[in-house]
Design a binder for this molecule. Structure first.
Ligand code: TRP
Length: 332
């Protein structure tokens, strides 16, 4: 069977190197003539964390441009906004009725918030909206609505993928096997670290920018936290953020050379220069393309229109079959 690759990015913030390495690049690497690909902007997911309309608009634009500048070809891959496919939300409700609450109670994002609340002596659900709680159901719907077979995601999404399979399995058990159980493709074994060593995330304020100027890239790399070993002193590559980031961009030979340089006591300043240069050489063509596309105001609206026109009938078709199975159809 033809593989159907599908993945989305939540439109909060401007994409950073972590999104590029963890989501965009691995997803685009899977595009082959024999595969179908579906790449989308999870804009309704963004409402969970963002209530500033201007920020949402800006992020949708930047995430879309990040995909396109990184090489997504809308003639080859399906490219659309989640919000342009209302059937996703119809399916979300249907799946809500198959998803057990206990399953969602165990979601990492929700659990860590309740744990924080409890620790602070607050009600465990303080400031937690239903969007956050049922986030995995909307994600399952994004995937199942288009019968995706393979979903490339970062390791932090592995649990959501298991939940998707679990929810689809429950549905299939009650009705006929109408939903395709997708496989996760976990591309990077480790999450991409940010400049402070924690997972790169806008909420930790530790990102390495992706689409900004060369100068901003250099500035953020200069801020990567290192230890106080002097040039000439041997350094350990283990648990070293700088080395980890370098490895994401380097070939095996380059990684081996850097390994040796650490043993030989490369100074942190020089190591940072090498990191800058390797990241910059990969992303400068992407940055140039981004600036070029950024000047074409109608491009995205046209692409979104066309993208939804192409894929929406498939979503409608599945919903039609589900409604029939559920008994929500013509009275006979
Ligand atoms: N949850 C994903 C993330 O934060 C984004 C996402 C939403 C997604 N829907 C999806 C990814 C469907 C893959 C498939 O990274």
């Amino acid at each position: 069977m033809k593989k159907r690759i599908l993945t989305g990015i939540t439109t909060t913030g401007t994409p950073h190197i972590g999104n590029y390495l963890g989501a965009i690049k691995p997803a685009l690497d899977l595009v082959e003539p024999d595969n179908d690909s579906f790449f989308f902007l999870a804009d309704y997911h963004a409402l969970i964390k963002q209530n500033n309309p201007r920020e949402i608009e800006k992020s949708v634009k930047n995430v879309a441009l990040a995909w396109l500048s990184s090489g997504l070809d809308p003639e080859i891959s399906n490219f659309y906004r989640q919000s342009d496919i209302p059937e996703v939300h119809e399916l979300t409700w249907i799946l809500n009725c198959s998803a057990s609450k206990g399953l969602l109670n165990r979601a990492h994002a929700y659990k860590s918030m309740t744990a924080e609340n409890t620790q602070a002596g607050n009600d465990e659900d303080k400031a937690i909206n239903m969007g956050l709680f049922s986030y995995p159901v909307l994600m399952a719907s994004d995937i199942l609505i288009f019968n995706a077979t393979h979903v490339p995601v970062g390791p932090d999404q592995a649990q959501h993928m298991e939940m998707t399979r679990d929810i689809a399995g429950t549905f299939n058990h009650s009705y006929s096997n109408l939903l395709v159980l997708p496989e996760a493709i976990i591309q990077n074994e480790v999450s991409v670290p940010g400049i402070d060593g924690r997972k790169m995330s806008k909420s930790y304020n530790n990102i390495v920018p992706f689409l900004s100027s060369e100068k901003d890239l250099e500035k953020s790399i200069s801020k990567i936290v290192t230890n106080s070993l002097e040039p000439g002193q041997a350094k350990d590559t283990k648990d070293c953020t700088l080395f980890q980031l370098y490895s994401f961009f380097a070939t095996t030979d380059e990684i081996n050379e850097m390994n040796q340089a650490y043993k030989d006591g490369i100074g942190w300043g020089d190591a940072k220069k090498k990191l800058f240069s390797i990241i910059n050489s990969e992303i400068s063509p992407i940055r140039e393309k981004y600036f070029e596309l950024n000047d074409k105001p109608n491009l995205l609206n046209d692409l979104f229109f066309e993208g939804a026109r192409k894929v929406r009938p498939q979503a409608q078709e599945l919903i039609g079959r589900l409604r029939e199975a559920l008994g929500i159809n013509k009275i006979v």
